[in-house]
Each structure stands twice: as structure tokens, then as C-alpha cells.
Design a protein around this ligand. Structure first.
Ligand code: ADP
Length: 449
């Protein structure tokens, strides 16, 4: 071998960085490899928030929540097809994960609402900046502080096992060094999902053939093959999530937090057609049912001011604005008169405190301040719920649920946490909690071996 360490982590998204930092802090010598020339994977793109229950940040805002309620929402969102033991970990560790990130320097003080959540539990930086970029930056800074050996442009190819079936390292391919192997007691796979691989997506769910995707180019699923070749079982592969709101112009993903903070969805006829903060599967199906298979996010300056991310969309030119709804309608091909009536009706529902039209559970603010904005949106492939099967110690298991000694998995590469449909805000929560757990378990395992 070219190198000998305790733990190799594959993938530099949130799960990989969490695993690397936690393995290091549990006494392991770590190498973190990333096949792309940039760190952060899809985690870096996450805009919504980090779901967690019973946090100090929620208490400070008088939000009543509990791990039990987060468990229930997550199971319901996943159509009860989630692995209950993994959801139990996700919800009961969520506060500790927020605290862990906060201790490392993260600001997760803003708490907003995402689809399928009974209360506000999506933690994000003050002012509503993108949570993923922030979390990845904090983890990266902490990895650098610990001198963790980070190797870019280095792909994990094959898990190497000893005759007794235990992991003994990984074959990798570096852009300059070529193929070499790293000896290690444990490997953590944190290689993310495959939403960018439309051939694979469409082979599992033909409805999604030709769909655009929100994902970074590396999200093609080669880590799943690495796991399978090592004997790991895959589960729930057919559950692939479309994110309901990609801007038609430019393909930019518009975070669910825009709706959570008050935007409504209307069709070309100027009418609302769905509870805007329902789960992603339902919102996507509803949008595809409208004329032109797209819809418009409509909001005003009060929503814009509540979420700094919105200024990014305006800067990218995907959120045209006008000082009246009629003008906005003319610009965007929406029936302006109907739109004016719809917004007036919606504002009266906000005043009454109850959405008797679509039973939207949160009505944060009326839309009547300053300019109006419209972002045309359509669903795009966003998250792959299925993946490698793991147990409650993040150990990869085979089809008979037997552990593959020394192989761990965390984050989007795994299946089971989200069932048939992931709730917004649960990805960052998943990758921090399970990344940290996988790193800790891998470090402990390597001490014994
Ligand atoms: P998660 O959200 O689960 O942390 P991400 O998508 O954020 O997942 O990150 C996964 C990272 O793993 C991406 O940066 C991706 O480029 C990288 N990756 C995927 N496959 C491999 C591989 N075979 N070897 C090394 N890195 C990989």
C-alpha cells in the first residue's frame, strides 16, 4: 500500500466531512478522498435547513417540538416505508447534531418551516443564507484545523477485503498518482446519491426520463457500485424524489423555504392549486398537473426580506418583479386579474388564520408589501432515497442483514432513513448525524482491529 491509516472516508459532502472529523476526534488517523476537483458534493447546494427537534434555538423562539414529533413527521413524509430504527436515531440525535455543529462554529439560529413538518424546525444561518454551504465550510475548516489528509481528484474504486471478509483497505485512483491502494481497517462510504444520472434514474422510475436535475455532476452513484461489489445490499432504489421548484429559467433550485416563509404557488390561470407546503412528492405531482407542466411562485418584498437567499435568485435573473400583480401577470403570461383576486383571497385567509381553500398549515404573512415577484418553476430530480443498507451503527449490511466488517455508510448513499419521500431539511440532519456516527463507529472498530 501507498498509505496506511485507520479510516478512509470516501466523499467530501456533509456526511464525509462529518465522518472524517468525528473519526479523527475518536482517535483515528484519517484520509478523506473526493473524486471531483471541488469539495462539498450536493450538501454544499442545500438551501433549506437542518431539521432538529428540541433545540436551544427552538426554545429561544418558543417553538414547541419533540423528537417524537420529528419522528412522526419523518415517517409520515416517507409514507411509513422508512427504517424506524434509523428514523429514531435521526430524530433523537438531531439536537446533539445541531449542538455539535454549533460548537464547531456554525450559526444555525434561524428556524423556519419546511414541507411536511408540524412545526418550525429547519435550522439555518441567521438571515436565511444557504445552510449547506455554511455547514460544509464549517466542517472543512474543522478538518483543516485537525490536519486531516484531504485528497481531491481521487476516486474510490474498490473495497479490498482480507480472506476473513474484513475490510483491509480501498483501491483508489488519483488524477496524478494513478491507481494505488490505501491500507485501512475501516472505510466509510459517503458518496452521495445518483440524481444526476438520468439513465439510472429512468431505469428505476420511467416517469423521470429526461428530467433535469438539481444535483452536482458527481452525483452519478458510482459509490453504490463500490458498496455492492463489496457485498452491501441496496434498498428502496425505486424511490426517487423530484424537487417541486426548479426555476424553468436557468434550472436553479428554489428552496422550499421560499414557500415556508410565505410564497404561494399559482398556475397560468392565476389560481392556487395546492397546499404550498405539502410534501415534495405531492407538490411535484400537483405542478405537473397544471397547464404547461409548470407553475409560479408568487411573493412580495416582505417574503424577500425574510430570506437572504431570495436576493440570489433575483441576482440570477430568475425572479422578475413588478409593482402590481396585473403587470407581473402580463410579463409572465399569467392571468393578472385572476392573480389579483387570488392574492386578495389569500391575504384574507392569512388574516383569518385558516386556509379553508387548501389547508396550508402555516400562513406566515400577507402578500402586500412593495414589489411582487414571480418565479416559474417545474419539478426536477433532486434526491435519491434508496441506497446502501446500513444498521444502527452505520455498518453496511448484506441482503441477509449481516455486517460487512469494517464497511460503513452515511448520507445519501444509504437507503432507509427517508423511506419513499424525504422531507425538506432532513438531508442535512441525516448527513451530520449519520456521518458523525459512522466516523465514531469506524474509529472504535479500527482500535479493536
Ligand atoms: P452527502 O449529502 O450524503 O454528504 P454529497 O452529495 O454531499 O453527499 O457528497 C458526496 C460526495 O462524494 C460528492 O462530492 C461526490 O463527488 C463524491 N463521490 C462520489 N463518488 C465517489 C467516489 N467513488 N470516490 C470519491 N468521491 C466520490
Amino acid at each position: 500500500p501507498r498509505d496506511t491509516v485507520d479510516v478512509v472516508v470516501v466523499g467530501s459532502g456533509g456526511a464525509g466531512f462529518s465522518a472524517a472529523v468525528s473519526a479523527h476526534d475518536n482517535g483515528a488517523k484519517v484520509i478523506l478522498i473526493e473524486k471531483e476537483p471541488v469539495i462539498g458534493g450536493n450538501a454544499k447546494l442545500a438551501a433549506g435547513g437542518m431539521n432538529a427537534a428540541w433545540t436551544d434555538q427552538q426554545k429561544a423562539k418558543d417553538i414547541k417540538d419533540s423528537p417524537e414529533l420529528m419522528y412522526k413527521d419523518t415517517m409520515t413524509g416517507g409514507r411509513d416505508l422508512n427504517d424506524p430504527a434509523l428514523v429514531e436515531i435521526l430524530s433523537s440525535h438531531s439536537k446533539a447534531s445541531v449542538d455539535w455543529m454549533t460548537q464547531m462554529g456554525a450559526d444555525l439560529n434561524d428556524v423556519g418551516r419546511m414541507g411536511g413538518a408540524s412545526v418550525n424546525r429547519s435550522h439555518r444561518p441567521t438571515g436565511g443564507a444557504g445552510v449547506g454551504a455554511h455547514v460544509v465550510q464549517v466542517l472543512y475548516d474543522n478538518a483543516v484545523k485537525r490536519n486531516i489528509d484531504l485528497r481531491m481528484n481521487t476516486r474510490g474504486i474498490e473495497i479490498l477485503k482480507a480472506d476473513d471478509g474484513k475490510v483491509k483497505g480501498i483501491l483508489v485512483k488519483g488524477m496524478y498518482k494513478g491507481y494505488y491502494w490505501v491500507k485501512a481497517d475501516a472505510v466509510v462510504l459517503a458518496t452521495g446519491g445518483f440524481a444526476k444520472n438520468n439513465d439510472r434514474v429512468a431505469s428505476l422510475d420511467p416517469k423521470l426520463k429526461g428530467f433535469i436535475s438539481t444535483n452536482q455532476p458527481g452525483a452519478v452513484g458510482d459509490g453504490l457500485d463500490v458498496a455492492e461489489n463489496a457485498g452491501g445490499a441496496l434498498k428502496d432504489m425505486q424511490y426517487i424524489q423530484a424537487h417541486p421548484t426548479l426555476s424553468v429559467k436557468g434550472g436553479v433550485m428554489v428552496t422550499e423555504a421560499v414557500r415556508g416563509n410565505g410564497a404561494i404557488l399559482v398556475n397560468r390561470e392565476g389560481k392556487r392549486f395546492v397546499n404550498e407546503i405539502t410534501t415534495r412528492d405531492k407538490a411535484s405531482a400537483a405542478i405537473l398537473g397544471q397547464t404547461g407542466k409548470s407553475a409560479f411562485l408568487i411573493f412580495d418584498d416582505s417574503v424577500r426580506k425574510s430570506l437572504s437567499k431570495i436576493d440570489k435568485y433575483i441576482g440570477l435573473g430568475v425572479a422578475p418583479s413588478a409593482d402590481s400583480l396585473v403587470k407581473l401577470g402580463e410579463m409572465q403570461g399569467i392571468d393578472g386579474k385572476a392573480l389579483t383576486e387570488t392574492v386578495a383571497r389569500y391575504n384574507s385567509l392569512v388574516t383569518s388564520g385558516k386556509d379553508t381553500d387548501f389547508e396550508r398549515p402555516n400562513l406566515p404573512r400577507a402578500l402586500n408589501e412593495g414589489n411582487y415577484y414571480a418565479i416559474e418553476v417545474t419539478p426536477g430530480v433532486h434526491h435519491t432515497m434508496g441506497g446502501v443498507m446500513i444498521d444502527t451503527k452505520a455498518e453496511v449490511v448484506n441482503a441477509k442483514k449481516q455486517v460487512i466488517p469494517g464497511l460503513y455508510g452515511a448520507g445519501e448513499v444509504t437507503g432507509g432513513v427517508h423511506g419513499a419521500n424525504r422531507l425538506g431539511g432532513n438531508a442535512i440532519s441525516d448527513i451530520i448525524t449519520f456521518g458523525r456516527l459512522a466516523g465514531e463507529e469506524a474509529a472504535k472498530y479500527s482500535k479493536k482491529n
